[in-house]
Design a protein around this ligand. Structure first.
Ligand SMILES: Cc1ncc(COP(=O)(O)O)c(C=O)c1O
Ligand SMILES: [Zn+2]
Length: 406
C-alpha cells in the first residue's frame, strides 16, 4: 500500500474540504469539482530525465509519499519548440510550441493518467476506468495494461472504428454505451463507487494534478522566466485548470515571479465557456448540436466549465473561439514548423492569430501554445487539405527533379 501526504481536497467553489483518499471528484453540496490543496513549499528534484519520471522530479508537488515507477511509460518531458518565423509573421516577441504529441500515447492525457493511477494504487484500487471517445480512452487503456489493472473504457454507441480500434488494441473492457453521453460522465462516478472502479475522467482532481507538470516543464525550459500567455485548447477544463495551478504553485514556492495569463481557446462549433464569458454569465449553458472538426474539444457541457470561468477571470486571462477553417489553416501552417497536431491541438495557433489581429495580445508578448495531441490520431483530416504527390517513371525521374529545382 502506498501512502499519501497529509493534505486535502477542496471544493473549487464553496471551499468545503474532503479527505484526500476520496475518489468522488465533485462536491456533495454545490456539485462543482474538487481540487487537491495547493502546495506552497517545495522544489524540483533535479535528476537525469532519461531515468527520472515526472512523479519523481516534481514529487514535492504531488501528495504521494512513495511512487511506483513501474506504472510509468516515461510520459512528459516534452519539447518546447520555438518558431522565429511565426513570431515575425504574427508580430509577437516569441512563440513556442509545447509538443505534447511526444507522449507515450501521443497526447497530454498521459500525464494525468499516470498521476490518477498512482492515486488509485495508493487507495488499493485494482480497477480503473474512463469515459472518453478519444485521447483519454487510449491513454487510460495503455496505462491500465501496463499496470495490469482491470480497465473499463466507456464510449458512446456510435463511435466509428477509426476511433474505437486505437482503444481496443490495448484490450481494455471496452463498452459502447447507448444513451446520453453527457450523463455518462456523472453516472460513471456512481457506477465506479458501487463497483470499486476508479474513474480517471477528464477533470478528476488527480488528472488535473498531472497537467501541472506542463507548467513545471515550461518554467524549467524557459529558465524560470515565464511567458506572458499560455494558450490552451479547452474542453472539459481539466487541463487548463492544471496548468494554471502548476504556475500558481511554482509562484507560491518562489520558483517564478509571476503567473502567466491563460488563454482559454475553444472551437466556435462548441464554445460553452467562451459563450458564457462573452455573455457575462457566471455559469455555462449546454451547447445544443455541437459540431467542430476539433472533435477532441467538443464537450457541450464541460464539467469544469464554471470553474474555468471563475479561475481564468481571476487570472485576467482571455477567452477566444476559432472557426474550423481557422483551425485547419493553423494545422497546415504548423506543419511548416515540422509539427503535425490534431485539429484540437492547433486551436491555440489559430487563437494567437485571431487575438493578435484584434490587438488583444500585445506585440511584445511571449506566447506558449500547447499542442495537446498528435495529428495521426485523426487521419480523416487529410481530405480537408490539398495534399500533393507527383507521378513519374524511373526513366524520367532525373528530368522531373531537374525541372522542379528552384
Ligand atoms: C487533443 C486534446 N486537446 C485538448 C483537450 C481538452 O482538454 P480538457 O478536456 O482537459 O479541457 C483534449 C481533451 O480530450 C484533447 O484530447
Ligand atoms: Zn462545494
Amino acid at each position: 500500500m502506498y501512502t499519501l501526504k497529509n493534505t486535502k481536497l477542496i471544493c473549487t467553489k464553496c471551499k468545503k474540504t474532503f479527505p484526500i483518499d476520496q475518489v468522488y471528484p465533485r462536491c456533495d453540496i454545490c456539485k462543482e469539482p474538487l481540487e487537491v490543496e495547493k502546495v506552497s513549499r517545495g522544489g524540483i528534484h533535479e535528476g537525469d530525465i532519461l531515468n527520472q519520471t515526472i512523479l519523481e522530479r516534481y514529487a514535492d508537488f504531488f501528495p504521494f509519499l512513495k511512487v511506483d515507477k513501474k506504472i510509468s511509460l516515461h510520459e512528459g518531458f516534452t519539447p518546447l519548440v520555438e518558431s522565429l518565423n511565426l513570431a515575425s509573421e504574427l508580430d509577437v516577441k516569441n512563440i513556442l510550441f509545447k509538443n505534447e504529441s511526444q507522449n507515450p500515447t501521443w497526447s497530454f492525457k498521459d500525464r494525468g493518467t499516470v498521476v490518477g493511477i498512482q492515486h488509485a494504487l495508493s487507495l488499493g484500487y485494482k480497477r480503473i476506468g474512463a469515459v472518453s471517445t478519444g485521447n483519454m480512452a487510449v491513454s487510460v487503456a495503455a496505462y491500465g495494461a501496463k499496470a495490469s489493472l482491470e480497465t473499463f473504457i466507456l464510449v458512446s454507441a456510435n463511435l466509428p472504428p477509426e476511433k474505437l480500434n486505437p482503444i481496443a488494441i490495448y484490450d481494455p473492457i471496452l463498452i459502447k454505451v447507448d444513451g446520453d453521453y453527457g450523463k455518462l460522465y456523472f453516472d460513471s462516478l456512481d457506477i465506479g463507487k458501487q463497483n470499486g472502479i476508479y474513474f480517471i475522467n477528464s477533470d478528476a482532481p488527480f488528472r488535473v494534478e498531472g497537467s501541472k507538470t506542463i507548467a513545471f516543464e515550461i518554467c524549467e525550459q524557459m529558465n524560470f522566466e515565464d511567458p506572458d500567455y499560455i494558450v490552451i485548447p479547452t474542453s472539459s477544463g481539466g487541463n487548463i485548470r492544471g496548468i494554471l495551478k502548476g504556475f500558481e504553485e511554482f509562484r507560491q514556492c518562489g520558483l517564478i515571479k509571476k503567473v502567466p495569463k491563460m488563454i482559454c481557446a475553444q472551437a466556435s462549433g462548441c464554445s460553452p465557456i467562451y459563450n458564457a464569458y462573452t455573455n457575462n454569465m457566471k455559469y455555462i449553458s449546454r451547447v445544443e448540436n455541437p459540431h467542430t472538426i476539433a472533435h477532441a474539444i467538443e464537450n457541450p457541457y464541460p464539467p469544469s466549465g464554471n470553474e474555468v470561468l471563475r479561475k481564468i477571470r481571476d487570472n485576467e486571462g482571455v477567452f477566444v473561439s476559432v472557426t474550423d477553417d481557422e483551425i485547419l489553416q493553423a494545422q497546415k501552417r504548423l506543419t511548416k514548423e515540422g509539427i503535425f497536431g490534431q485539429p484540437a491541438a492547433t486551436v491555440p495557433l489559430a487563437a494567437v492569430k485571431k487575438l493578435k489581429n484584434k490587438n488583444i495580445v500585445d506585440k511584445n508578448s511571449t506566447m506558449v501554445c500547447i499542442v495537446t495531441g498528435g495529428g495521426l490520431k485523426y487521419t480523416a483530416v487529410f481530405e480537408k487539405h490539398d495534399l500533393k504527390a507527383l507521378d513519374c517513371t524511373l526513366e524520367n525521374l532525373s528530368k522531373s527533379i531537374t525541372n522542379r529545382l528552384l
